[in-house]
Design a protein around this ligand. Structure first.
Ligand code: AMP
Ligand code: GLY
Length: 425
C-alpha cells in the first residue's frame, strides 16, 4: 500500500479483513497503519520506485496498491509493471486524466463527455482577454497537480485576473504554466468512483464530500472535511447515465489512445439544476475522504476487485455486494488547516471512539512510542455506519466526541444535505 493518508488506512484495513491477505505493508503508512494487526509500515518515500520494487520482488508481494496521485503521475505503475510486479493504479499516461486538466478536457471533448466549456492558455494576456469577454463568475485552474490548491472559483473579474497572474507568476511552478479557464457550473457536487480494468466499469456507491473548511460549505477549499455514502443525489437512473455518458466513453477514449487503464477512475461531478451530470474533474485514484465513507459499506472482498482490475478480468466477477444503510465520515483537522497548522499534539480517546463501533482512520498522525500524535492538517477521519443517514451521522459525531487533541477542529454539519432524505439504494 503506497501512501500515508486516511484513504490508505481505510484501504489497508479493508484488505486485512480478508483472510486471504497475510500482511499489508504500508509505504510509508501512518500512526493508524502502524498499529493495525497484520499490517506494518515500511519507511520508504512514495517516490522511491526502486526501493518499492526491490521490496516487492524480494518479498514476493502479490499486489501493489497505489493511493495518491503524485506517484501515479510520476510513473510508479510503469516502473513496477516493467519489473513484472502486479499493480492496482493507472500508468503515467493514464494518470494524465488527473495530472493535466488540459489533457483531460481534450479527452472529454473528443469523447463528447458532458463537462464545463473550457479553453486552455499558455499565455497570461490571452487568458485575461478571454476572461474579460466571458465575464464572472468564472473558474481558473492550473493545468497540473497542485495538491488541490490550483483551482480558483472567481466570483469577480479582478479575482479571476489575479488568479491567472498568480499562476503565470509561478505560484504552482510548472503546474501553472498552462491554465484552463472554465465555465462556472452550479448544482450539487458528487463523487462517483469506479473500478476498471480498462474494459469493464464497476462503480462504487456514490458519495459526496464537503470541500470547504467552514460550516454551511463556506470558506477556503480543503482536501475534504467529511463525506457520506450512498448519496441519494445520484439516483439509480442517474448512475446509469453516468456510466453510459461519462465512465464508459472515458475508458473507450483512453483505450483509443492505447492507454490500458487499470485502477480507479474517479469522476467529480456537478449535477446541474436540470439534473444532468457534468464532469468537474477526473481523478486517477480513490477519493479522500470519500473512500473512508464508502469502503466500510463494501462486502465483496476488496482484493478480489483489485486483482481483477490488475489482471484485466473485472467483467468475470459477480456484481459488487454492499451492506445496507449509510456511512458518514467526519474529518478532524488541526487548528489553522488548510493554512499553516501545528503538529505534535498528543491525541486521546481513539480507543473510546472505536469502542462505540466507529472506525477511526488516521490521516496525519505518527506513533511516538505508545502515544499517537498529530502530524498533518487533516489528522483523523471518524466513520460510522447506520441504517439511515441520521443514525450514521449521529454515531459518527458520538465517536468524535470521545477524541481530543489541542486545537481540534471539525465541521458539525457534515451530511446536512442528506439528513432526513432516507436512502435511495
Ligand atoms: P477540481 O480540482 O477541478 O475538482 O476543483 C476543485 C473544486 O472547485 C471543485 O470540487 C468545485 O467545488 C470547484 N469547481 C471546479 N470547477 C468548477 C466549475 N467549472 N464550476 C463550479 N465550481 C467548480
Ligand atoms: N475528496 C476529493 C478528492 O479526493 O480529490
Amino acid at each position: 500500500m503506497v501512501g500515508s493518508g486516511g484513504r490508505e488506512h481505510a484501504l489497508a484495513l479493508k484488505l486485512i479483513q480478508s483472510q486471504r491477505i497475510t500482511e499489508v505493508i504500508c509505504v510509508p503508512g501512518n500512526g493508524g497503519t502502524a498499529t493495525l494487526e497484520r499490517c506494518r509500515n515500511l519507511p520508504l518515500a512514495v517516490d522511491d520506485f526502486e526501493g518499492i520494487a526491490r521490496f516487492a520482488l524480494v518479498n514476493n508481494i502479490a499486489l501493489v496498491v497505489v493511493g495518491p496521485e503524485q506517484p501515479l503521475a510520476n510513473g510508479i505503475t510503469d516502473y513496477l509493471i516493467e519489473r513484472e510486479i502486479t499493480v492496482f493504479g493507472p500508468t503515467q499516461a493514464g494518470a494524465q486524466i488527473e495530472s493535466s486538466k488540459a489533457w483531460a478536457k481534450q479527452l472529454m471533448r473528443e469523447a463528447s463527455i458532458p463537462t464545463a466549456d473550457a479553453r486552455v492558455f499558455s499565455d497570461a494576456q490571452a487568458a485575461i482577454d478571454y476572461i474579460q469577454v466571458k465575464g464572472a463568475p468564472i473558474v481558473v485552474k492550473a493545468d497540473g497537480l497542485a495538491a488541490g490548491k490550483g483551482v480558483t472559483v472567481a466570483a469577480t473579474l479582478p479575482e479571476a485576473i489575479a488568479a491567472v497572474e498568480a499562476l503565470f507568476g509561478g505560484q504552482f511552478g510548472a503546474a501553472g504554466h498552462q491554465v484552463v479557464i472554465e465555465e462556472y457550473l452550479t448544482g450539487q457536487e458528487a463523487s462517483v468512483l469506479a473500478f476498471t480494468d480498462g474494459l469493464t466499469i464497476r462503480p462504487l456507491l456514490p458519495a459526496q464530500d464537503h470541500k470547504p473548511i467552514g460550516e454551511g460549505d463556506t470558506g477556503a477549499n480543503t482536501g475534504g472535511m467529511g463525506a457520506y455514502a450512498p448519496t441519494p443525489v445520484i439516483t439509480p437512473e442517474l448512475m446509469g447515465r453516468i456510466q453510459t455518458e461519462i465512465l464508459q466513453p472515458a475508458i473507450r477514449a483512453l483505450d483509443q489512445r492505447d492507454i490500458d487503464y487499470r485502477g480507479v477512475l474517479y469522476a467529480g461531478l456537478m449535477i446541474t439544476p436540470k439534473g444532468d451530470p457534468k464532469v468537474v474533474e477526473f481523478n486517477c485514484r480513490f477519493g479522500d475522504p470519500e473512500t473512508q465513507a464508502v469502503l466500510p459499506l463494501l462486502e465483496t472482498p476488496l482484493e478480489e476487485l483489485m486483482l481483477a482490475c490488475a489482471q484485466k478480468r473485472l467483467g468475470t466477477l459477480p456484481p459488487i455486494n454492499w451492506r445496507s444503510g449509510a456511512a458518514a465520515c467526519i474529518v478532524l483537522a488541526a487548528q489553522g488547516y488548510p493554512g499553516s497548522y501545528s503538529k505534535g499534539m498528543p491525541i486521546t480517546g481513539v480507543n473510546q471512539a472505536e469502542a462505540t463501533g466507529a472506525y477511526v482512520f488516521h490521516a496525519g498522525t505518527k506513533q511516538q512510542g505508545e502515544q499517537t500524535i498529530a502530524n498533518g492538517g487533516r489528522v483523523l477521519g471518524v466513520t460510522a455506519i447506520g441504517e439511515t443517514f441520521e443514525a450514521a451521522i449521529a454515531n459518527a459525531y458520538n465517536a468524535v466526541s470521545c477524541i481530543q487533541f489541542e486545537g481540534v477542529y471539525y465541521r458539525r454539519d457534515i451530511g446536512y444535505r442528506v439528513k432526513g432524505t432516507g436512502l435511495s439504494s
